[in-house]
Design a protein around this ligand. Structure first.
Ligand SMILES: NC(=O)c1ccc[n+]([C@@H]2O[C@H](COP(=O)([O-])OP(=O)(O)OC[C@H]3O[C@@H](n4cnc5c(N)ncnc54)[C@H](OP(=O)(O)O)[C@@H]3O)[C@@H](O)[C@H]2O)c1
Length: 237
């Protein structure tokens, strides 16, 4: 079903976006990945092979997003996993930092949907990324929770407004990706152990788990406006 389709994955140089690129290519599609770091893109392209091409792009820059889609032209599916996030106490977080989280994860996806949608071919789709802290309140995640909730809501309304383009939202739980590479290893292991013990599935998520869900959303033409939770039962725990 994805044979020879053109799939744009913004954030495809790392983690969930990278695994999604791998799985989409395995289904026969061509992939365009985009992110800020040339080094990460180069490394990803070497692993993805000749079905993948790369563009440098910072989604916080509206003009860059607009000209990126002009260069890409028409395509079938858009996936936006690009984000740089962090947590922190509400009272101790600078307002500028809180705004930066919105700038990166909310406005980045907003620009991608706005300038990407007109280029999407019939039967195409958009997949945006929310996250578990929008649905399970956690201390230290007030701002990120608000960003994620805003994205879920934006995506569901776009499913109506951009129809027949399908728009879905993936909401990952705690997934082991390079997104936590700046965290000291001991703290990260401790965090993962706490989450693992709490979850019904007794493990941390893998990028592949979420990529499988991305693939499902691209392929199932009867699914739109869905928030797909891929979180090992975290909301119930
Ligand atoms: N991992 C988790 O536990 C988890 C939990 C809940 C939700 N999520 C969500 O899942 C999505 C994917 O996360 P991940 O864990 O795969 O993260 P990741 O491994 O850090 O990958 C993030 C990707 O986004 C790119 N990126 C960041 N800011 C960008 C910008 N302004 N413009 C363009 N590209 C940008 C990064 O590349 P460059 O640095 O080269 O730009 C990288 O390719 C994100 O929306 C994240 O919030 C993840």
């Amino acid at each position: 079903m994805l044979q020879d389709k053109k799939v744009v994955i913004i954030g495809g140089s790392s983690g969930i976006g990278f695994e999604s690129a791998k799985q989409v290519i395995a289904e026969g599609a061509k992939v365009i990945i985009a992110s800020r770091s040339e080094g990460k893109l180069q490394n990803a392209i070497e692993q993805l092979g000749d079905k993948a091409t790369a563009f440098t792009l910072d989604t916080t820059q509206e003009q860059q997003v607009q000209s990126f889609f002009e260069k890409v032209g028409k395509f079938n599916h858009l996936v936006v996993s690009a984000a740089e996030t962090s947590g922190g106490s509400f009272l101790q977080t600078d307002t500028a930092h809180a705004r930066q989280l919105f700038e990166n994860k909310f406005w980045g996806q907003y620009y991608a949907a706005k300038y990407g949608a007109p280029k999407i071919l019939p039967h195409g789709s958009i997949t945006l990324f929310s996250g578990v802290v929008a649905y399970k309140s956690m201390v230290g995640s007030s701002i990120l929770g608000a960003v994620n909730a805003a994205i879920s809501n934006l995506g569901q309304t776009l499913a109506l407004e951009l129809a027949p383009i399908r728009v879905n939202i993936v909401s990952p739980g705690i997934i082991d990706t390079p997104s936590r590479s700046k965290m000291p290893e001991e703290d990260r292991n401790q965090f993962y152990a706490t989450v693992r013990n709490k979850l019904p599935v007794k493990r941390i998520g893998r990028a592949e788990d979420v990529a499988q869900s991305v693939l499902y959303l691209l392929q199932n033409s009867f699914v739109t406006g869905t928030v797909l939770h891929v979180e090992g039962g975290h909301i119930l725990a």
